[in-house]
Design a protein around this ligand. Structure first.
Ligand code: COI
Length: 377
């Protein structure tokens, strides 16, 4: 039997009349929905649910209702409502551990994928750190190929952009305590993209963050998980509001060494030496980072992975960023402790040479001698 307003008021005398009216109206609808779902009446005269109260552990025993309230972009939560406890609809674009790879269309209309096996391996390593199961490399690559091919009409014409493909892995099964989820879901979706930064291909202006850190030694900063992106949003939004393109983070212990930017890895050029922060568990092992290091070595540059002191930014010739989304992006200025340093950019820059070499391989302009590109059609 549905509870009456007076019963509700007795059991919870904090509700207003108006709230109780709404609740009561809701109960009538919800009860019928729940009868469908649970095949048993929701509201009973019984004061207690039918449970072994003496043996409660911390396993999930969902109570009848959950409260759902959504927030729009303006930051306002609209009025929420109770609904029967149950699965919620979630956009695939709400990430957990995720990857990013791209499909390109070459001048002959062929679809090319760039190193999806590397993303598969990175997801595996990340999943191990987070105690999640992950698809095999073959399963991952097959899923990426199928998604790219099925969405081929969304791959931009040659030179106009790429199809960004996002494989992601999330715990999707119910759990209340701390532990691995009882079920995981692997999803791959895709979206056509152009330049990541609003600057387009123009040089970026970075800000070195000294208050907020991105990751700490022993943590999961090396995992491409949403847990590494959420903590940067505050610093990033502050820097953007001051006109910067992105934020460069420092190591969390001494605040002396470069880590990475919010969205990409970083490289510092001095003469023919290119340095980049070593991957020690606090920065992401970018697929673009690795590819650019190999291309730079092939072109005769000395590539050094090390702890890069932030002070080296002061007399660097060039700085550039790499990432799947970002590509290879030149940095025009970096602001550190109120001092702004400018860097060389332009067609003759090391950054531009590396960018052009990489894009030529990705788009099939240069022959792929490394086995990095997979043609889909
Ligand atoms: C990528 O480069 O693929 C990323 O996921 C970076 C993200 C900030 C969009």
């Amino acid at each position: 039997m549905i509870k009456t307003i007076s019963t509700l008021r007795k059991s919870a005398n904090m509700f207003s009349d108006e709230q109780l009216q709404t609740f009561s109206k809701y109960n009538a609808q919800a009860a019928s929905a729940l009868r469908e779902e649970r095949k048993k009446p929701l509201y009973q005269d019984a004061e207690y649910a039918d449970l072994d109260w003496d043996n409660l552990g911390f396993g999930l025993t969902p109570a009848d209702y959950m409260y759902v309230m959504k927030c729009s972009k303006d930051g306002e939560f609209t009025e929420g409502e109770l609904s029967p406890y149950g699965n919620i609809q979630l956009s695939p674009s709400a990430g957990a551990i995720y990857e990013g790879t791209k499909a390109y269309r070459n001048e002959n209309g062929k679809l090319l994928l760039f190193r999806p096996d590397q993303n598969a391996m990175r997801m595996k390593i990340g999943a191990e750190r987070m105690l999640m199961p992950s698809p095999s490399v073959d399963q991952f690559v097959l899923a990426v190929k199928q998604t790219a091919f099925a969405n081929k009409r969304w791959v931009p014409p040659s030179g106009k952009g790429s199809l960004y493909i996002r494989p992601l892995l999330m715990g999707s099964g119910p759990i209340l305590g701390l532990g691995p989820a009882p079920e995981y879901t692997f999803i791959v979706y895709a979206s056509p993209v152009g330049n990541y930064f609003k600057e387009g291909t123009a040089a970026l202006n970075l800000y070195v963050e000294e208050e907020y850190v991105r990751a700490a030694p022993g943590g999961a900063g090396g995992v491409k998980s949403i847990t590494n992106y959420a903590p940067v949003l505050k610093a990033l939004s502050r820097a953007k509001s001051r006109g910067f393109s992105d934020v460069l983070y420092l190591d969390s212990v001494k605040k002396k060494y470069l880590e990475e930017a919010s969205s990409c890895n970083v490289f510092v050029v001095k003469g023919r030496t290119i340095s980049t922060p070593a991957t020690n568990g606090t920065i992401l092992e970018g697929v673009t980072r690795k590819s650019v290091m190999e291309i730079a070595s092939d072109l005769g540059y000395k590539v050094v992975e090390k702890a890069v002191p932030v002070d080296e930014l002061m007399d660097a010739d060039e700085v550039f960023c790499t990432g799947t989304a970002v590509g290879v992006a030149p940095v025009g200025t970096i602001t550190y402790q109120d001092k702004r340093t400018e860097y060389e950019t332009g067609d003759e820059s090391v950054c531009q040479k590396l960018r052009s070499a990489l894009v030529s391989i990705q788009t099939g302009v240069t022959e792929d001698t490394k086995g990095w590109v997979t043609c889909l059609n």
